[in-house]
Design a protein around this ligand. Structure first.
Ligand code: ADP
Ligand code: MG
Length: 305
């Protein structure tokens, strides 16, 4: 089966939203909405490196899209479409069927269209998704806007994906295989959050990117970290290690002034978020537990990352 037949069979479905020209020509065409900026990002996964070779292809398809939509959401933008660059060692129809279904399931859930890509043969299975979105000109939420006194918040629960990775077969493996990009929260935070990042490498590390870019520090109250029941039942150091150092959650971490936080709460969004700390002028990341300095042993960090 030739490349064109793969594209036609698996990657040429009807678009979900307005696309001037999608799969089938030399390039796709989009008409930018008036006054909007293009938001664009890409993410590559390599089989055997980012996921085991025997991972369910449906989950690989879902996650390849989800991690990119998460980056678009972390700018405060609305995702619009994706491109897929796929390198395959061989043509495996069962794999392609599961993968494309997972990819389209994630696209459908968030109203995103697959508008083009590239299909090649290569010794390694490699998947690169490029995501595109729109945002009102100048409204993108950067990492650099956090100010002393801002609250630090995180959506959902943290540490679950890392727990799932360490305990394959546990129900929390679902959080690892099927991350939910927080698209609705992300775009609601446009004009409200002072800075934002999505949590892919662990909350402590990703928050540190905000602190560095904003030239500020932070205090985190570990007792306020949002945890699933499974993590809350672990011993203290374990649970905080997963929550602060565990990767792959794809939750949003954002900073927001107390006034904007009050406005955010009035929106009554269906997604949960929790205030976990405060931005400070003094550099560094400090941990408190019920008001007392808390020290967390990050030994075994690599294991959790
Ligand atoms: P060209 O040779 O002009 O680069 P291709 O033959 O690579 O074009 O691709 C033909 C069409 O199919 C293009 O519109 C391209 O965007 C699309 N396409 C190729 N691979 C994929 C894929 N994996 N998913 C979605 N669209 C794809
Ligand atoms: Mg061409």
């Amino acid at each position: 089966m030739a490349e064109f037949s793969i594209i036609d069979t698996y990657f040429n479905r009807q678009n979900k939203n307005s696309v001037a020209l999608g799969v089938g020509d030399d390039s796709a065409l989009l008409t930018p909405p008036k006054g909007q900026q293009l938001v664009i990002c890409a993410d590559t996964s390599v089989a055997g490196r980012h996921f085991p070779l025997d991972t369910d292809p449906h989950s690989i398809g879902w996650k390849s899209v989800a991690v990119n939509l998460s980056d678009i959401a972390a700018m405060g933008a609305k995702p619009h479409s994706i491109l897929l660059a796929l390198s395959l060692p061989q043509i495996d129809h069962d794999w392609l069927k599961g993968f494309s279904q997972g990819l389209y399931d994630c696209c459908d859930q968030f109203g995103v269209s697959l508008i083009g890509g590239d299909t090649t043969q290569s010794p390694h299975l490699t998947i690169t998704v490029t995501a595109l979105g729109w945002i009102e000109h100048g409204q993108g939420v950067l990492r650099s806007g956090a100010k002393p006194g801002d609250y630090i918040c995180v959506s959902g629960t943290v540490g679950d994906a890392a727990y799932g990775l360490a305990h394959l077969g546990h129900p929390l493996q679902q959080r690892l295989d099927y991350p939910t990009p927080r698209c609705e929260l992300g775009s609601a935070l446009k004009g409200l959050a002072s800075s934002m990042i999505d949590v892919s490498d662990g909350l402590a590390q990703d928050l540190t990117h905000i602190l560095t870019a904003s030239q500020v520090g932070a205090v985190i109250e570990v007792n306020n970290l949002p945890l699933s029941a499974t993590l809350a039942a672990l011993d203290e150091q374990q649970r905080y290690r997963y929550a602060l150092a565990g990767g792959d959650d794809y939750e949003l971490c954002f900073t927001i002034s107390p006034e904007h936080y009050a406005r955010l709460q009035q929106l009554n969004l269906p997604v949960t978020y929790q205030k976990i700390g405060t931005i400070q002028a003094q550099a560094g990341l400090k941990l408190l537990q019920y008001g007392q300095t808390y020290s967390l042993d990050f030994h075994g960090y690599q294991h959790f990352a």
